[in-house]
Design a protein around this ligand. Sequence first.
Ligand code: 1CP
Length: 365
Amino acid sequence: LLTGLTADSALLNQYRGGRNSAGEITRPHRRPVWFMRQAGRSLPEYRALREGTTMLDSCLDPALASEITLQPVRRHDVDAAIFFSDIVIPLRLAGIDVEIQPGVGPVLGSPVRTRADVDALPTLDDAAFAPITEAVKRTVAELGSAPLIGFAGAPFTLAAYMVEGRPSRDHLGPRTMMHADPETWNALAAWAAEVSGRFMRAQLMAGASAAQLFDSWAGSLGREDYARHVLSHSAEAFTHVQDLGGTTPEGHRVTAPLIHFGTGTGEILDLLRAAGADVVGVDYRLNLAEATRRVGAETPLQGNIDPALLPADWSVLESHIRSIIAAGSGAAGHVLNLGHGVPPETDPEVLTRVVSLIHEIGYED
Ligand code: 1CP
């Protein structure tokens, strides 16, 4: 079913815990790395292409979205493309009034705050995913051997924008709702889980090889709140894609690796894994050796170069990267990434240099 899955890429090997598609332990030919927000404002070629088109319109233009997705792969030689889109795209596709305001982020015409608001949420038609499917197909056709990673927003992070109506620091609205009106919260989170799950599924069905669920703001939740009010909804989002896989020419069944990431999630890292992910993304706050103690050595990790160190002297950045590789060596697999997205002011040449350093370090055996 999913053809990109059987290619023995370095990235998929590490997401599978250092195993090839036959399930045998192997070392990839190079250490895999990609960057969250690798497409975007750090690239002059992105700024040029985006000129005159709003963020969400560019996500829904298949030729544009595909070209923007490919730009960082060509420039940096990263080991994966991350689909250029946004977590609020399923809302727009369902007909909700949402836009991305420059310098602000997602803003909704009417926030979703009451039971009546939740009951009035539209249903999302499968046909609405056509521009996404088309963009993914074009991208995969151009990518060659590098896998495409699809993504979606996790129910809590998506619901946080829906309740607040815009970005917020502490996400008080959804945190109040889950306690004050759990029925409304559960209905809203279930709606978000469904559209996010189907958004990931559309990307995987069109040719993406892995998917990442972004619960960017889950770190604002205490462990009990996450376990009680959020985990089951994120698990539900994953159920939309856990059956997706393929059979290798040798007859081995492989599934699409599923990654789960949020910032400030050190206290709930084991729960992110328990929600149904194969791989846990770690932010810059937690040492990877400690992450392995929390989620078990059999769990592949992704992360966690501190974006704050990108502008530092090269020697500082290089030793930071080497220490991350050492800290991650106890995990079954490790894909290098940043601990959060690329800051827009990042010098893209630094990112290219980071990729070549990581590839150069390789594996000593
Ligand atoms: O005009 C611009 O360039 C707008 C900036 C921008 C970009 C490049 C936004 C607005 N979204 C995106 C693309 C995007 N969004 C990607 C692209 C692929 C890549 O990584 O290269 C991805 C994966 C996302 C996902 C996303 N959107 C998340 C999860 C990732 C994360 O950073 O934690 C979140 C929280 C959003 C909401 C959002 N969209 C845009 C902004 C500025 C924000 C965050 C706003 C806030 O601070 O709350």
